[in-house]
Each structure stands twice: as C-alpha cells, then as structure tokens.
Design a binder for this molecule. Structure first.
Ligand SMILES: CCCCCC/C=C/C(=O)SCCNC(=O)CCNC(=O)[C@H](O)C(C)(C)COP(=O)(O)OP(=O)(O)OC[C@H]1O[C@@H](n2cnc3c(N)ncnc32)[C@H](O)[C@@H]1OP(=O)(O)O
Length: 403
C-alpha cells in the first residue's frame, strides 16, 4: 500500500475498515461454498457474466477476512467502473482523504470498459478466495503465488500469468518490480506450465520505467546509481532473452518505454484496440533498450523503427500490428475472452515441442542479443548522467511535463 497511495490517504484509508467490519469474529468463512469463487482466473476472465459479477458482489459481502485497504480500494474502483463507467464525480477536496482515495482509485481506471471492469472484479474476488482457501490449508492448484508485492502471479491450465499490479501508477516499473519480474520469470521457466503470459492490471499495460527510480540516490552518488541501474537493466532484459518457453504479451492498454521495447523479445503480442505503443526516449534524454535498437529495425524496417525510437512516434494497436510488432489486435470489449480462449488452446500443445521450437528460433541470435543488451545498457548509463535526461525526469516529477 505504501507505494501505491499518497501517504495521507494511506493513513486515513484505514478508516474505511471501520465500515468493513470483518465477520470472522461472527461466523466462519464460507467462500469455499461459492463455486464462482473457486473458478480459475482465466476461466473467470472468459466467462464473467452479469450473473458471475452479481455472485462476486454478494460474496464480498460475506467475506470474513479483511482483504486490506488497497484491495478494498481496487474492488471499490472496479465495482464503480463496472456499474457506472468512468469516474464522473467531482474530485473531492484535499482534506476529504477517504473520498479522495476512493476517487483516485476509480479515476485511475480511466476509460476501462464496463465489461472489462466486471471481469477484473470477478477475477479479483476469485483471487481472494484462492488465497483464503490456501490459508485454510486446502489444496488449491490455481492459487496466487505468494511472495510478490508488485505482481499477481498465477499458474493454472498450463499457463503462468504474470500480471503487473500497480494500476494506480499505470503499472510503472519500480526497482522492486524489476526484481520481482525476474524472479517470476525464473520460476515460470522451471514450473509445469507450457506458456507464460505478461499482462497489466487496470487500464494500462505499463507506463515504463518508474521515473521515481532515479530519485533514490545511494551514498556513491549519481554515478553509482547509473551504474547499478545499468546492471539491473542488463540483467532484467537478459531474462527475456534467455526465457526458454513461449512468452506472450497480453497488452491490455497503453504501453510506454521499456514495456514496448521488450515486446520484440516476446513470441506473441496480443493487443486490445485501446492499446498504444510509445517509446519517448529522446523526449526523456534517453536511448533505446530491451534490444529494440536491433529488434525494431529487424521487425519493422529501419525507417519505421527510427520514427518510434528516435522521434517517439506513438503507434495505435493497429499500426503496431501493421508494422509487425503486434501479432493480432482484438476489440477491447472481447479482448480478454478471445485472448484467453486462444491461449488456453495453445497451452494444450505438447510443451516440449513448443519449448524446443522457441529455442531453435532464439538460439540463432542469442549471443548477439546479449551483446546488444550490454551495449544499450552501457549507453543508457551515460545518458542517465546527462543534463537532458536529468531535466526531463525533473520535469515529469514536478509535473511540468507529461507524455
Ligand atoms: C533500472 C532502470 C531501468 C530503466 C530502463 C529504461 C526505461 C525507460 C523507459 O521506460 S522510458 C518511459 C518512462 N515512462 C514515462 O515517461 C511515462 C511517464 N508517465 C506519463 O507520462 C503519464 O503518467 C502517462 C501518459 C503514462 C499517463 O497519464 P495519465 O493518464 O494522465 O495518468 P497520470 O499521469 O495521472 O498517472 C497516474 C499516476 O501514475 C504515475 N505514473 C505514471 N507513469 C509513471 C512513471 N513512468 N513513473 C512514475 N510515475 C508514473 C503518475 O505520476 C500518477 O501518479 P500520482 O497519482 O500523481 O501520484
């Protein structure tokens, strides 16, 4: 919670709990009696109907364990979005902290369609039931994997899903999140799943590097910070280069910066027609990473790659598909249903055959990709120390500039 809400909101949002009295003192938890809450996440995504939504809403009323303030805000926001659409309330005053926290959570969902909000709500309630039944010691094959604060990682039906989970910050990637994604990929490489999926929670896929990462300066000063960041970047991208199984990006909304460049290292990229693809490196005084300086010209030709990587041209999903960066675009209203139906079918293909085919394709240029990754990281290390970059980040952090 600390990283996700303003401090003031964090302090007072605890007061939300007063009107959310846990019922565990009164009756035992009965979540396991509600089949909709035992559905797997992808199943709920595929099937979320009005009935599922209403069941999930009813189930929340019976929840006996307090899910925590952050979760309550997420559920509140999704409920409002699902029933009323985008936030239509006037922004509450600064001193009305509870209403402000709720307003922030709702408005962070932007123009997320009602249907998607409904599905996400059902999924979230389902994930609560998974962790509730695990904590009761019941076997739970599709439970949310523990140990991640910035991600929701689930494994079921042969699919490991890694979901970026900072929706109120548009899933901007913090230093902790880089580390957790690496851990999740490392675990997914070894687990029983056939395919691995990366996606985002909320209205964004990912807004790229969290620009606040640059404000945490170690005792060695900015030079040490730049050096450590370059090492982190190289290791992070290295995990994508080496990932041994089919890796699929489910781009649920706009994507910025490193979340776009990395797409060149995925095997499939499915995008909602609401998604956009933006790499504003020059605007930020930075330079491309994620092996995009090699992969983008290879995928889309050097002129189109230059337009994106040098001039920061933002592509729509359809443009990105025409350029070969995206595999297929789906209408946002049916995106989750269509994509997960497709992925579920792919996950049933023989896993070893898929793994071997992927490695044949990747091994041809794995060494080259590692060399490019090292070079891009080293160039960025220098960029991070430049005035152009420092000024751009200061502008964003002082809210003078937005993309
Ligand atoms: C180890 C280091 C490796 C570095 C690798 C190199 C990587 C490079 C890149 O990824 S470059 C791209 C960096 N990203 C950006 O420049 C995006 C900055 N964000 C924006 O321009 C906008 O926030 C937006 C267009 C993504 C969304 O605009 P809008 O819809 O108006 O929402 P808000 O701006 O109000 O955003 C909501 C909330 O999220 C915070 N936020 C969004 N993106 C970032 C970000 N990248 N870093 C930090 N914070 C971000 C934003 O500040 C708001 O927070 P608040 O509610 O004000 O607390």
């Amino acid at each position: 919670m600390a990283g996700h809400l303003p401090r003031g909101a964090m302090l007072v949002v605890a007061r939300l709990t007063r009107s959310w009295r846990p019922r565990y003192a009164r009756s035992p938890m009965q979540i396991s009696n509600f089949p909709v809450l035992q559905m797997h996440k992808s199943q709920t995504a595929m099937r979320a109907s009005q009935k599922d939504f209403e069941s999930a809403v009813n189930q929340m009323k019976l929840l006996t364990k307090d899910p925590g303030n952050e979760m309550k805000l997420k559920l509140y926001a999704l409920y409002k979005q699902a029933t009323e659409g985008p936030c239509n309330m006037p922004k509450p005053g600064m001193l009305d902290l509870i209403s402000k926290a709720k307003w922030d959570a709702w408005s962070a969902l932007g123009s997320l369609p009602k249907e998607t909000a409904k599905q996400n709500y059902v999924e979230l309630v389902s994930s609560l039931s998974s962790s509730a039944s695990s904590s009761q010691g019941k076997p739970d094959a599709d439970s949310k994997q523990p140990g991640y604060e910035t991600l929701v990682v689930t494994s079921e039906n042969g699919i490991t899903k890694i979901m970026l989970n900072r929706p109120t910050k548009k899933n901007a990637i913090t230093t902790q999140m880089y580390q957790e994604i690496m851990l999740a990929l490392e675990a997914a490489a070894k687990d029983d799943s056939a395919i691995t999926v990366l996606t985002g929670n909320g209205d964004y896929y990912c807004s790229g590097n969290d620009l606040n990462n640059f404000t945490d300066i170690p005792p060695g000063g900015v030079e040490e910070k730049a050096k450590n960041s370059a090492i982190l970047l190289r290791d992070f991208v290295g995990c994508f280069i080496d990932f041994p199984k089919p890796l699929i990006a489910v781009v649920n909304g706009p994507a910025v910066g490193i979340s776009v460049t990395l797409l060149g290292l995925f095997d499939i990229v499915y995008a909602s027609d609401r998604a956009t693809f933006h790499t504003p490196f020059s605007h930020l005084g930075q330079s491309p990473e994620g092996c995009s300086s090699y992969m983008f010209p290879k995928i889309m030709g050097s002129a189109k790659a230059a337009e994106m990587l040098i001039f920061g041209k933002k592509l729509t999903a359809r443009e990105a598909c025409a350029q070969g960066l995206v595999t297929e675009v789906f209408p946002d209203s049916t995106f989750q249903k269509e994509v997960w139906t497709r992925l579920k079918a792919y996950s049933k293909l023989p896993p070893n055959a898929m793994r071997i085919s992927k490695q044949l394709i990747r091994n041809v240029e794995k060494e080259k990709l590692h060399a490019i990754n090292s070079e891009e990281s080293s160039v960025l290390q220098g960029r991070w120390l430049s005035d152009e970059c420092t000024n751009a980040i200061m502008n964003f952090l002082s809210r003078k500039a937005k993309l």
